[in-house]
Design a binder for this molecule. Sequence first.
Ligand code: ASP
Ligand code: MG
Length: 460
Amino acid sequence: MIVLKFGGTSVQDTDAVTRAVQVIRRQLSRGEVVVLSAMGKTTNGLLQMARTASSGDIDSAWAIRDDQSALHETVARELLSGPRWKSVETSLAALFQEMTDIVQGLYLLGETSPRSMDRVGSFGERLSTLIFSEVLRENGIPAELVDSRDLIRTDDHFTQAAVLQELTRNCVREQLLPRLRAGKVVVAPGFIGSTVDGVTTTIGRGGSDYTAALIGAALDAEDIQIWTDVPGILTADPRIVPDVYKIHAISFAEAAELAYFGAKVLHPSTLTPAIDRDIPVHVCNSRQIDEPGTFISAAPVSSSSPIKSIASKRGITIVNILSTQMLLSYGFLRRIFEVFETHETVVDVVATSEVNVSLTVDSSQELEAIRSDLTEFGEIRVAPDMAIICTVGEDVKATPGIAARIFGALEGINVQMISQGASRINMTFLVAEETMEEAVRLLHNEFFRQPDPELFEPVE
Ligand code: ASP
Ligand code: MG
């Protein structure tokens, strides 16, 4: 059994949906669960619609709704025959009516809450899967739509809900195994879930990858395929480096570092369920469905190119705590981290000396509150507009002189907060945001002048 996930661009129009159907058709004998994102940029549109309505501009909200309605109707009409279109038309009308009622409510109340944003955001995946499952049936594929709100159980941390793992695993198995045994191709919306009381939640932007991995892990799938609009995992961000390479194979550990530190291909949580149950993940190109993408598995991939990829992430703030309290004391770091925990802020990179702790955060909303809570520990300095650069490779640990090559290549660029995890597969550091692109290009040039052809392929 395999799980296939198609992202927004991979179902954005009639051509994309047609290619996705082809991908599904040729793997039918394996048994399939298909997880979909919302079509194209639908989620952005829906959230924008909710905000405009609540700010009093109902006409703009209806304009967004009508655009969405036209997009979904066009694809459904083009791909479905008469009677099937009729039945989908009725279901689409019902969903758009529900959406209209909610948006009207937000307009009257003049406010939105994270809970109502999730309710509105859920329509994108509900619409795409409604149409897609019917299109599969139109093509003779025995598809059945299952609402992921009956599968993915979460807490009530709306817009970023945390998945309740055991409950979710049980729900997925209970609902999907009998259908798969009956030969059905299950279609399920990504991104959405519900609390135990049945209130609609979402698991964070870009979360459909994570939905696919959760379902794959619950079913002990043989493969999780992420179909997206890029060739696979690349050696750097192609908007920064023009001559990037696609990587054929990479380990879970490497891919996790990359997803976390800015590579946009995979949602950072995606790999956790796959790693837990040792299920390989394939990143595949939905525009070129015959090309192999990137294969991610537990096996370390050795190569003559010690660095596999360079990830980069803007919008980082360094928080620096200068304190003599840390000298010979214990519990100090715990108390500092507690401040970040209280403000629900994720810390990415940490570097310490005996009198100095530096941490990085990427959301600046809570920063003032964090700064003021930290003052009891010492002198606080905050440096905004920084960028993280993370070089990743299993062979980093076994290759002498890597650090010298990295920092040698960066001559003239000011590097701060160097950090290397104990697993030693990455080397991470901070630079000023305006020097980030140059730094990535210099590193790419240093490590990918002649990359191992077994593992790296140029991207046109
Ligand atoms: N549709 C959601 C989003 O745009 C989830 C996803 O695409 O993975 O964030
Ligand atoms: Mg995505």
